[in-house]
Design a protein around this ligand. Structure first.
Ligand code: EPU
Length: 440
């Protein structure tokens, strides 16, 4: 298992290219089930989660290969498999996104429930409610969702839940509705750019979806979809994480290949902390030269502050001058990073579901353990600013969602290297891991 060793204190400087969005690429890959024609996806990041989904799709009769140009070429070669491999679904929650496409194209699907995870309960009731409204029969048998649909029919469906809408639930229902007979109206659909991206790709495949980017999607079902070539949007979470890396080290970094509007609220908050942010088409420069001001952060569905940068905000604000508050309305218990940040010298206390972040003058490097993908990113940010050496172990979490983050940070001047965890430390890391992971 790998770990990162970071010698903190180097301000980051330079230009860095942001990769394709993981949370777009995964549902887009699952959507390749909807046609037997080739789908070519450009800008798919090279991530552990992409490899896991490729493996799952291979078991479902979909071949995927990286072309010499880096694009992911996908094609369904066998439409008979309907059962998603349990061990792979358990590893990665996003693999539940195969349910809607399987049901719509093959009329049957058996997909294991993805279960809970390190960031809190992850129910799928809204996915099932939406598919049932389209006419699917759904049962849960021995932990598997067993779904059948001789004929999907359009319906009016409300996807609102206690935490807002559901991102992958919207993806599942949208993928089923595009091949359903008649019109479907999805209310309280997720407005996240990754869902609009999926919708644009489905339209390029011949679907008829209106309202993309809004919370009401109108879908007119079509008989068949065809192949396409499509470019995945830039990863707004990677972009925001790198912007915060610039801010926490009091550096100056230009992000290249971004869509700044996709994380506009993060940019606004960075400015409130005192960062200088210059926005240009597809580029963003973030610079900070003094101690940041505290701010209030509430993670909410898009266009709010993404829950996927909530942990990174706590790392950043732990060095601000004064008290900040951080809440997460999407995953109210997603605060596993707090004790580890405190081990680095941060002063963060939980008051119910609010993190009270008392800014400290400095953090001190030591060994910390990542509990999930975004918690790992927060620990890396803290390590970049801490005095001395920070060792972040369990880096496999980070590799699921950040492509070569260490290389990118090193290109900006960070003293970060990847090493294999020593066997004695692996034992410690193992004992401090909370539960088996089931990530994004
Ligand atoms: N929810 C329900 N019922 C459902 C589904 C969700 O009540 O059937 C609740 C959840 O408990 C939560 C809220 O709705 O309170 C939002 O969950 P959502 O379904 O939107 O999350 P998701 O689709 O499982 C995706 C991302 C996550 C990201 C969330 C929120 C992918 C592959 N994953 O998960 O990404 O945190 O949306 O934006 O798109 C990550 O990248 O680190 C990650 C965890």
């Amino acid at each position: 298992m790998d770990e990162f060793r970071i010698l903190g204190g180097e301000p980051l400087h330079g230009i860095v290219k942001v990769g394709g969005a993981k949370n777009s690429a995964l549902p887009l890959m699952a959507a390749s089930i909807l046609t037997d024609q080739p789908i070519r996806l450009e800008h798919v990041p090279r991530l552990a989660d992409v490899d896991t989904l490729s493996l799952l799709l291979a078991g479902l009769g979909v071949e995927s290969v990286r072309g010499t140009d880096g694009a992911l070429q996908m094609q369904t070669v066998d439409e008979t498999p309907i059962r998603a491999a349990r061990e792979l679904v358990r590893q990665m929650r996003a693999s539940f996104c195969v349910l809607g496409p399987l049901l719509a194209r093959r009329g049957r699907a058996i997909v294991p429930l993805p279960g809970g995870c390190n960031i809190g309960p992850r129910p799928v009731d809204l996915h099932l409610k939406g598919l049932a409204a389209l006419g699917a029969e759904l049962d849960v048998v021995d932990g598997d969702v067993v779904a059948r649909a001789a004929d999907l029919r359009g319906a009016a469906i409300d996807l609102g839940g206690p935490g807002g809408s559901t991102v992958t639930g919207t993806a599942n229902v949208l993928c089923a509705a595009v091949l359903a007979r008649g019109e479907t109206i999805l209310r309280q659909a997720a407005r996240e750019p990754e869902i609009a991206d999926l919708g644009h790709c489905l339209n390029a495949m011949g679907a008829r979806i209106a309202g993309l980017g809004t919370s009401t999607l109108r879908i007119t079902g079509v008989g068949e979809l065809h192949g396409t070539s499509y470019r995945v949007i830039p990863d707004r979470i990677e972009a925001a994480t790198l912007a915060m890396a610039a801010a926490i080290t009091r550096g100056s970094v230009t992000l290249d290949g971004v869509i700044p509007e996709h994380f506009g609220i993060v940019i606004d908050r960075l400015r409130e902390t005192g960062c200088n942010v210059e926005v240009a088409p597809h580029r963003l420069r973030v610079a900070a030269d003094c101690r940041l001001k505290p701010v209030e952060i509430v993670a909410e569905p898009y266009p709010g502050i993404p829950t996927d940068v909530q942990a990174q905000w706590i790392a950043l604000l732990s060095l601000a001058k004064g008290r900040s508050t951080v809440r997460d309305r999407v995953f109210p218990g997603r605060f596993q990073h707090v004790p580890e940040l405190n081990r680095l010298g941060a002063d963060v206390a939980m008051a119910g579901e609010t993190a009270l972040v008392h800014g400290v003058a400095r953090l001190h490097g030591r060994r910390v353990t990542a509990s999930d993908l975004r918690a790992s990113a927060a620990l890396v940010l803290a390590g970049l600013a801490a005095e001395g050496e920070t060792i972040v172990d369990e880096i496999h979490h980070l590799d699921r969602g950040y492509e070569k983050l260490d290389d990118k940070l090193r290109s900006l001047g960070a003293a970060i290297r990847r090493t294999a965890t020593a066997p004695s430390q692996m034992t410690n890391a193992y004992h401090r891991t909370v539960t088996p992971t089931c990530g994004p």
